[in-house]
Structures are given as structure tokens and as C-alpha cells.
Design a protein around this ligand. Sequence first.
Ligand SMILES: [Zn+2]
Length: 259
Amino acid sequence: MKFRRLADAHCHADFSEYADFSGLAFGLDLCVDACFPGDWEGLKKFDAFPIKKAYGIHPDLRISEFEDIAFVESEIFGAFLPKLSEYIESADAVGETGLDRNLERRVPMYLQKRLFDAQLELAGKFGLPAIIHCAGEWGAVFDALKAWTEKYGTAAGERRDRKKTGRFLLHAAKCSREMVEIFESMGGYFSFGLRELGCARGAECARAASAGRVMVESDSESSKAKIEDTVSKLAEIRNVEADEMSETVFANFTEFYSK
Ligand SMILES: [Zn+2]
């Protein structure tokens, strides 16, 4: 299957392998997420290249269960978040950030929430979209996004400085049909990888979302082949032609990440 245009809405790349950019997924547009402080500088080196860049702090934090949480918290808020603001100045999005119930044993929920709110606040301040990670915490993620979009969003009225503030992308989306409707009314987009499209909940979510709000993602190192397969699978689930699906996904990607 040959597509005219392709876009990967959410991927991660190991930049040490792409020192000259030669290997980095040609033939598609993409947004690369650097969501651990150690990855930020690597992504920054690609400022001159036509890729969308997202900086953030993933709720995983890459810490062990034996870590001193008070110390971790003071490091995050005293050192990493101020540093993140510097990277965000040249970013296209903030994230991925969010809440994950599976990580609670290592990263307490109050800390995940505090960090999530702080990054939403940064996104609002800089007029950038947010890329959201959610596992098992749809209610709490909804509460945070509701407060954020009420403060910064455009759904309720005028555009601040004509920036598209208050946009968010639920990556690896598999929320219920009802939640899809609510998130859409708040300015939400949804992106799906083969993993989500292969499970009943993810497929239901992919079917429920409006055409103007769907995207695809690799959530790993991107490749044209991977994204072609994902677009084809999404087209099958939504019962549309695959090339039409790729055009829709590309248009949504462009709309979402354009400043
Ligand atoms: Zn990811």
C-alpha cells in the first residue's frame, strides 16, 4: 500500500543512532517526544530539522520503588521543571505527561498529579498542546484536563493571542465511547498504535472518535512501514479507504501541531 502522506503523532527516538539524521524515519512527518530529562538535550540537537518536538516528564520518572520520594519530588520541582521550561521555548508540544495507575507503587499518585498539573500549566503558559499519557486514571485525567481547558482552552470562547491553547492529544487512546465525546468537546484528539487497535477497547475508541480528531502513532522508533500498517488497520476499523484515512490523519496532525 502506497500513501501520499503519512504522519506519526507520537514516537520516541534514540538520537545517539541518528547523529546525522540519515536514519531517522524519512517519508513521514512525526512528533518526537523526549519525556525524560536525560533525553531533552538529544532532541534539542534536531532544532534545525523539520520534525515536531515535544518535551516533558513522563509519570514513570524511571525511579525504583526504593527511592526517597521526598528527595525525588524536590529534584523534580527544584531542578527538572525549571529546566523543562527552557526546552519548551522551542517546542511544538508538552509531554508526554499524565497519570498511570500501574506506576503507583513506585510513583505515588499525589506526585503524579502534581507533576501533571505543573506541565499542563506550562503548556497553557506557552500556548502549546499537551500530549497525555493515561492508564487506568481516566476520571482523574478528565478532572485535570477540565480545569486546564477551562483556564486555557478555546472551546468556551475566544482564542488567546490566536494560539491554539488548550488542545490535547490522548496518546495510546482506549477510553470509552462516552469519554471520547466528552474529551472531544474539550478540545481532545486521539492517537492510536497497533497495540490499541488490536484490543477491543482501543478499537471501540478508534471507531467512536470523530474523523477530525484521529491520528496514529508508533510510540517507539518510528518507521514508514509501521505507520502504513497502523493507518491501514485504523481504516479497516473505521470502515474507510486506507488512502483517505492517511490523508485525514495527516491533516489532523498538521492542524494539531501547527502553532
Ligand atoms: Zn510514548
